[in-house]
Design a binder for this molecule. Sequence first.
Ligand SMILES: Cc1ncc(COP(=O)(O)O)c(C=O)c1O
Length: 327
Amino acid sequence: MNIDRLPRVCLAEFPTPIHYLENLSKSTGGPGIFMKRDDLTSLGLGGNKTRKLEFLIGEALKQGKDTLVTAGGIQSNHCRLTAAAANRAGLDCHLVLNGEPPIHPNGNLLLDRIYGATIHFCTRPARDARMDEVAEELTRDGKAPYVIPVGGSNAVGAVGYVNAMLELADQMEEMEIEPDAIVFATSSGGTQAGLALGAKYKGFKGNVLGISIDQTKTGDEPFPPILERIANQAAERLNIPDRMRADEFDLDCSYLGAGYALPGDLEFNAIRALARLEGILLGPVYTARAMGGLLDLIQKGGFTKDQTVLFWHTGGSPELFAWPDQF
Ligand SMILES: Cc1ncc(COP(=O)(O)O)c(C=O)c1O
């Protein structure tokens, strides 16, 4: 594995802590629940994108780029962290956000503005083309843009989550824990591709279970082949022999609810539970859906009392401020 030779910038302190959630575990009467706190990565209110951005920005700097261009929804955590990371690395940042600009920006959008990112609003169908256009416009103006795909989910970014699995393996050994499952929110795929590949590389025996936020196994763009492609390109980049097959990814698509960024009872109940039992904040779009899914699986007997589950908190609490009426 040549991870130490890949270009990387330091954006946060690692390892992130692992906490045992005693009150939550007791309240479900089910498995012991640990939480890996990537919501506490020490940049711009935290989240999973920091790990990907360390390698993505490393690559951008190696290529002599001076401006980051990326895209997402109006409350994108990825865009907020890209704007923060760009400032740390001395790069400009352009964000293509799908949605209507609100009169009073809040949550992640407010933070994008505070970080000084240039924001381009567009519709969801126009998003990818708009990102290319912005990059072309920047090039015409003499800038050197580096385009980061939505969610930072390509081989370069996914390496950040292979690395995260190596970090977890060391912590599990130190803490003498062997979770039966690692559970997390999955959406653009870089997190799951990286974790699953890292788990295979380390010989981790438990499940690596992504709770889908908006992806499906079938349809026009089935998710497992996307995960396979990202993971295997990351494996090539890392120069390791392991490869993933689409059918090896553990994916639960039962909690899509009303759709992306449309949280309901499952998510708001999970937010209240974690806040009131553990003082921990989840985000309505990603981590509350994943935690709501985990709590539902526990309730249905998916895990026994003598098992251990590790919930990987991937961040997103700034999203909360976009749903003030719910609480
Ligand atoms: C808070 C949070 N959790 C999880 C995810 C999903 O990660 P990935 O896009 O790598 O699948 C995202 C993606 O934006 C996120 O913002």
